[in-house]
Design a protein. Structure first.
Length: 49
């Protein structure tokens, strides 16, 4: 019985970890894309000057 509870907790913990990791990864990708856009805007500004 105790072993089953431990297994369930392990599975739930892994799912939460993967979910948070994927959310964090998406967030990092969005931040990266924003940084690229900002870099592009700065370069365009310099070209126009």
């Amino acid at each position: 019985m105790l072993l089953q509870i431990k297994m369930i907790i392990n599975i739930v913990w892994q799912m939460i970890t993967i979910y948070l990791y994927l959310r964090g990864y998406k967030l990092l990708c969005q931040i990266g894309a924003l940084m690229e856009q900002l870099d592009g805007a700065i370069i365009l500004k310099r070209i126009r000057e």
